[in-house]
Design a protein around this ligand. Sequence first.
Ligand code: 26Q
Length: 820
Amino acid sequence: NGTVSVTAPQHSVEGFAKEFLRELNFGQGVPLSRASVNDQYLALARTVREYLMARWMETLRRQRDAHAKTVAYLSAEYLLGRQLDNALIATDLTEIVEEALTSLGIDLATLREQEVEPGLGNGGLGRLAACFVDSLATMSVPCIGYGIRYEYGIFRQTFVDGWQVEQPDTWLSLGAPWEFPHPEDAVTVHFGGSTETYTDDDGVTRSRWVPAWDVLGVPYNYMVPGYQNGRVNTLRLWSARATKAFDLQIFNSGDYAEAVRAQTFAENISKVLYPEDSTPQGKELRLQQQYFFVACSIRDFLDGLPADFDLHRLPDVVMFQLNDTHPVIGVPELMRILVDEKKIAWDEAWAITQKCFAYTCHTLLPEALEVWPVELLGRLLPRHLEIIYRINDEFLAQVRQAYPNDELRLRRMSIIAEHPERSVRMAFLATIAGAKVNGVAALHSQLLRDNVLPDFSELWPDKFTNVTNGVTPRRFVRLANPALSDLITDAIGPGWVTDLERLREMEPLADDAEFRERFRAVKLANKQRLAGVLATRDGIELRTDAMLDVMVKRLHEYKRQTLKVLHIVSLYERIISGELDPASIPPRVFAFGAKAAPGYKMAKQIIGLINHVGATVNADPRVQGALTVVFPPNYNVTLAEKLIPAADLSEQISLAGKEASGTGNMKFALNGALTIGTDDGANVEIRELVGDDNFFLFGLLEPQVAEIQAVGYDPSKYYEENATLRRAIDLIASGTFSPDDKRVFEPIVSNLLTEDRFLALADFQAYLDAQERVDVAYRDVEGWTRSAILNVARSGFFSSDRSMWDYIDRIWHSQPVVAR
Ligand code: 26Q
């Protein structure tokens, strides 16, 4: 069938060492004696990927032959994390590689540290996409992930005097051994211009797009190896280049400099990841990015179909899953291709399109719902705007029929918003076009139906469903926590890695004193490992004999890092005022990790506050080391893999009804941290599963939040009435943490006292009370360990494999292609 058969290299220490040396000599062009660490890393990566190559080609062949339905996952972000270790566990090569390198006098750990992770995402949404493609590969489900190969991923965060300063993320600069460019598969994408009507050969009047400029999308393939199952799926990321036509035209005009500038213009489209993950502004370049990668992806998928393929059957072979609204411009794009290019009648094209898309929503914040000004969309994609208008007209006719004489409803449901400016509501377009709409945790899906899209769920109740998020146990347990993995495998065998519900078999061991002892030894070893990482990475000293209390996630007011700060400041204030004896509480290390969007002023203030509080608390002898704050900069997947396995306490303290799901919460539970959390997102499901005794719940419930906000929330009341809270806030306001400029934190203080959009003050006392319950529980070493083990044993539900089965069952109706 035209596929060249490729044989995998030998699975032996000597075989690997030979292949590695060959890559070093003939690939990198250096002898071992003169090879830098980067040379060695690149050669190692290329050697390992050769072991995946035969499986990759076999997967492609099998998939083609099976004519199976493919999931085309459309996501503007993939937060992959480092590739080397994941490839090693997928191929079960870790030990062979370790030995082979040792025989050459090379330390594998040193080479691992050389890899720069591809940070092609902001946070939860991007990491979720990476977990999902991992699971689909491991489950042998045909999937292609489509996205953007940003030249600069999420910025590198540094602190200058405790304030965030962003540096560009030059992840490609030392070589990119995991990618395979395919310039021969490049796709042309058009922009701008206008539409015109014309009469076709059958005398029918039609509309068509006359674009003004174009760019080239060059695909870069990445391997997505399944876990020890001989399967490798593909992630295809698009990079923008100038088209030949574009060049020639300008070069021929003799303006060389202008031609080069034009190239830069085209390449700008995939230059940088937007670092905002809420309240994004309607930047033109961002819309260009979205259309660019979606147009490339849809074209790429259609080009892969047999020449005689009947497009009416498209829903049998693909489901385009929309990771939030970012790729929803794909809906009018597919319509344009079917109607304008393939000359399929509008109604038939719409029927096809509606079966080929499904939409996942990841938010509840109204300001995070994407809208694009009609003016901008019409200028960049005039034909798409026309198509959106027609979709809207026909949709509104349907609404009119279902609800006669209900003008208000029509205005509420229209894809086009009239105020404050005419704009396209992308979530509505996705909901109307999608075969299914899902939220990402049970509570979120309910609130999505009730609050975000109530008119739509009333009209189409069956369209709405829930798929609770999950995380891949390969990266976040097996790879990140080898010590715990060995302990689990010792107890119940290795099957849990691909069948995580089997962790339940550990439940009885929570009552086994010897097992608990070993479990504690694992935690301690992970803390020591983290201490080593923080010492070399950041010069941070970490004590390993204290409770490790961790809050890592993007910095957002709704996530309430400020509530955490108020807790620390309150403890500190009570210590220095003599009310609290530091020797009377279990020593704690508070660890933070958080990036703020560069334009998000309040978030950057909060980062400054955490660092300044930390510096003061850490240096004050009166604290006697009972409290320490550490805030390593540049929290990313690589650091998460070290931090999470070491944690005792997981902070999941968003205001109820604001965090769609959270996925960090799942990673902590699976690694044996106990959660202190609100009744929000997937916390709800975690608590249900691990049990109330093994979870520290606090705070207002979502309906109570709604009630308080309905009557008008007054944060100052809590300040007046709660002396502990008042003293903490006053200490911040006094300038204690910022002696050089006593007023720097004034904006935070005044925001808390006058606005406090996310009710931090209302939940403060409940949070403090819950933290006292944590202290009591932590003193009971055996009881705590028991709870930690039960958290692990009962969190198998949060495998992204389970999420994928739910998507298959409720949304995709696709089938695994199992190895023959
Ligand atoms: C949109 C338009 C323009 C520029 C940027 C954006 C943009 C980019 C990223 C908007 C949102 C995001 C990311 C959102 C996100 O990460 N949401 C999180 O998704 C997780 C996975 O479902 C959930 O667990 C989290 O609760 C949710 O906050």
